[in-house]
Design a protein around this ligand. Structure first.
Ligand SMILES: [Zn+2]
Length: 558
């Protein structure tokens, strides 16, 4: 308590002297007390857990616009507004869905949530699939830059594609030709379930089912079934590309059994799927049927965007981002709290964006433009950022970098910052330099196999080629000044086990945000230097996103 009062006292002093102090010392302008105050508001009862399309959204958007206005920024949204419309579709699988696999004339039922987890992103009244063939496509990867194609031109129209989770070298043994070709244990984009559903849709498949294995997925079956048949998507043009009709997961033992009954050995097929000459295999004699009703609704949500125009290169943009949405109201927790407040995830990231905006306004105007983007519907599948990425308000070819914050540590000063997505692009070098100026170091995420780099909003831009840097504190414990790595790991474990996406993720007077403020300051430092330079950050050679960035190289002036 005493510590917090001290911090608040400091903040008052900083407020009084802010302009002079910040102009003189731009290297350290981020205030722990300001971060705390913003989160306290965003996570309060009045915001109802900030679910898209609710009264909590209206309150949140109003608050963010007021803050950006008060900072003297320009509206950065559509047509001179502070927002960008994000039309969403919510679908819910109806009661008692039926799934069966016909094997030699006998129908074997698969139980939703137990052997199978299926949903749809299509706003249809009913999903009816009658005896569709099942085709095992291995890891389902088409990666020309790695000279890898699991599909070999197989026709998936009218069929259900069955995928392995993760990518072809995740379980490779040392010496196997594929070892290291997809980043080793580190997950690549090709390992993500989103990629597999998208690839199945691109190839005209009726459905996509991924065999769930906990090590490869990075989470257990309970996480897979947690949405209980609910799914969200961006609203798609009727004449544009559509998602697969049915998407989901097969529980491992159920999948092994289906393979066995088709005369196939699952483990042997997995080994074969690690070979570049793998070809898709039909589950001969097996036919998949599904029948369920779908409830669907349209949701109108909004991204909030503010802009600080650059003085010399205004058409070149650096984007700072976080997501405003959280999980809204849920079942009461042990203390009777129904509000899943998303205080840290990602109220603290939003607070970071606001602090960086404040710091930029207090310093001389930057040469390049800065956009402060606060996305909606991250928790529904990165949908606010995806909507922006599908209809960018500032061209990606001249977006210099995307700097995103999604969950920061609240356990105090740290000697290092843990980087999720190490090795992806040159912004990592900028991060190392910035950390060095603070007397700190950068530690690569110790669990790249979890694929956290592909699970936050920066990724919607990354996959369109914009170099990105993500600060996400749950990648691994920081080396805390008080207690070292063990204390940092304990903080991460406590947060992910007890608070992540739960009512426990609430604001606390006991948070020590000095470490978070230093982390936010890293992104401010990196962005400010980029904003006053002509540098264009670059993807690392062999990154999944290097080719798409290179395609627009002519639009970037040196
Ligand atoms: Zn988040």
């Amino acid at each position: 308590m005493v510590r917090v009062q001290n911090v608040a006292g400091l903040a008052l002093a900083a407020l009084v002297f802010a302009p002079a102090v910040l102009a003189a010392a731009p290297a350290d302008p981020i205030s722990p007390a300001e971060l705390s105050a913003t989160v306290r508001t965003l996570a309060s009862d009045a915001f109802e857990g900030r679910a898209p399309g609710t009264a909590g959204e209206a309150r949140t958007v109003e608050y963010l616009v007021a803050r950006f206005k008060a900072l003297g920024l320009e509206p950065g949204g559509e047509a001179g507004a502070w927002t960008q419309a994000v039309p969403l579709v919510r679908t819910q699988v109806g009661p008692a869905p039926r799934f069966t696999v016909d094997i030699g004339g006998a129908a074997t039922p698969l139980t939703q949530l137990r052997e199978i987890y299926a949903s749809t992103l299509r706003p249809v009244e009913r999903v009816s699939i009658d005896k569709a063939p099942l085709v095992f496509v291995g890891y389902g990867v088409a990666a020309p830059e790695r000279r890898w194609d699991d599909f070999k031109g197989v026709d998936l129209k009218g069929k259900i594609a069955v995928f392995l989770v993760n990518d072809p070298d995740f379980e490779a043994l040392p010496g196997e030709p594929v070892a290291g070709r997809f980043g080793g244990k580190a997950m690549t984009y090709y390992g993500r379930w989103t990629y597999k559903y998208e690839e199945a849709a691109r190839r005209g498949a009726l459905g996509a089912l991924i065999v769930h294995e906990t090590p490869g997925a990075g989470y257990g079956w309970s996480t897979v079934v947690a949405p209980q048949g609910e799914a969200y998507d961006i609203k798609r043009a009727a004449d544009g590309p559509q998602p697969v009709l049915l998407q989901g997961w097969l529980q491992r033992d159920a999948a092994v059994d289906l393979f066995r009954r088709a005369g196939l050995d699952f483990e042997a097929l997995k080994r074969r799927a690690r070979q570049a000459d793998f070809r898709p295999v039909a589950l001969a004699g097996e036919r998949f049927s599904a029948d369920f009703t779908v409830a669907h609704a349209a949701i109108e949500s909004r991204n909030v965007l503010a802009r600080l125009p650059g003085t010399r290169r205004p058409d070149e943009t650096i984007v700072y981002a976080a997501h405003w949405d959280a999980y809204g109201l849920g079942a009461p927790d042990a203390h009777g709290d129904r509000i899943r407040r998303g205080a840290n995830d990602d109220g603290l990231g939003v607070a970071g964006v606001l602090e960086i905006a404040r710091a930029f306004k207090a310093a001389p105007a930057p040469e390049r433009s800065i956009v402060f983007a606060v996305w909606t519907a991250e928790e529904r599948g990165l949908l606010g950022s995806e909507t922006y990425a599908a209809r960018p308000l500032y061209p990606f070819s001249r977006t210099v970098a995307n700097l995103t914050m999604d969950i920061l540590e609240t356990a105090g000063p740290a000697r290092d910052v843990v980087l999720v997505g190490a090795g992806q692009d040159s912004l990592e070098d900028d991060l190392k330099a910035a950390a060095g100026r603070q007397g700190r170091t950068v530690t690569p995420d110790p669990h790249p196999e979890k694929g956290l780099f592909y699970r936050a909003d920066h990724f919607s831009m990354a996959k369109r080629g914009v170099p990105t840097l993500l600060l996400m504190a749950i990648g691994g414990g920081p080396d805390l000044v008080a207690g070292g790595r063990a204390a940092g790991d304990k903080w991460v474990d406590d947060y992910t086990a007890n608070c992540y996406h739960k009512a426990c993720d609430a604001w606390s007077a006991d948070w020590d945000l000095r470490g978070a403020a230093e982390d936010v300051d890293l992104l401010y430092d990196i962005g400010r230097r980029l904003a006053n330079s002509a540098d264009w950050p670059r993807w690392s050679e062999g990154s999944e996103f290097e080719r798409i960035r290179a395609a627009s190289a002519a639009e970037r002036r040196p």
